[in-house]
Design a protein around this ligand. Sequence first.
Ligand code: TXA
Ligand code: MG
Length: 349
Amino acid sequence: MRTTRVLRVNPHEPEREAIAEAAEVIRAGGLVAFPTETVYGLGADALNERAVRRIFEVKGRPPDNPIIVHVADKDSIYLLAAEVPPAAEELISRFWPGPLTLVLKRTELVPPITCGGLETVAVRMPAHRVALDLIRESGVPIAAPSANLSGSPSPTTAEHVLRDLGGRIEMVLDGGPTEIGVESTVIDLTVDPPELLRPGGVPVEEIEGVLGRVSVTEAARGLGSFSGRPRSPGMKYRHYAPRCRVVLVEGDPVSVRRKVAELVAELTSQGKRVGVLALDGAEYPGAEVIDLGPRSDLRRVARSLFTSIRELDERGVDVIVAEGVEERGLGLAIMNRLRKASGGETIRA
Ligand code: TXA
Ligand code: MG
């Protein structure tokens, strides 16, 4: 057990001393959790095999699940990726810095452990001053998965990070709550047509606006279990799940509300404590309700999604019932996370 140092930083103008200290930890092969615009990342020197191995250890992450490499400038892609097709350059110029991760063939510079043994590397340039300053000051690309225990909801505050990883990592840079609240969109450009591996902060419709067709599989929607080798190893594991049971209700808003009310009545009559992730201010007497916001403002819904799941879990409910949204724009990422949190327990209203 070690003590985890927590340094508060101004997210818009990070204190230079804090960044310098954190960069020192990274260069020495240590682990620093830091804010990005999506969620907090657990960073290590991406080129240091031993440092990256510790990421897997402290998260309890399966070794075949590769880690995203974070860079502080667009040109770093040429050091990490052996082939950068025009499609990648277009996406980079349109969406970087930002919540978009590109999967490309890797160069020899990137150690296999960082890429889960694959021949590809996932790269992204985050849109957050703390992340960018840390990468620059460290002088190396930073490998960073979400800074949670493997399988639990991704952290959107430094407190979440400490709850999962406190005492196991050297440092947390606390830059306050993250802006987007769900992780980056991951897109594989080594296949034709490009394939969405994980919906995230950049809606797939916007990527299609640049690339034309993008393949969106059932797995990317968070549906189904699949046999064989998934294209993105991360897709096969249960994810984003609190300790308690999660039930997702899908359908049109009116039917969803009716079904959720029915479930709340049924479960509470069995003596269960029920939490609801509600939308549009819906009320459910007898349940612990957190309103994620209006369906018309999915940015707000995404921002509070993980923190609300953690909150209900901590209040000790037995079951969380979640209202579903339409799979459009950020709705695709939100539904992917909710389906995975529910472990497939989805009801069509
Ligand atoms: O927003 C984010 O992407 C955050 C912040 C910290 O940047 N990071 C993040 O990392 O969510 P992680 O490790 O929790 O999720 C990375 C996802 C996993 O599903 C992983 O399997 C996939 O990206 N991935 C990484 N490298 C890959 C590769 N070479 N090929 C296919 N999938 C890859
Ligand atoms: Mg993760």
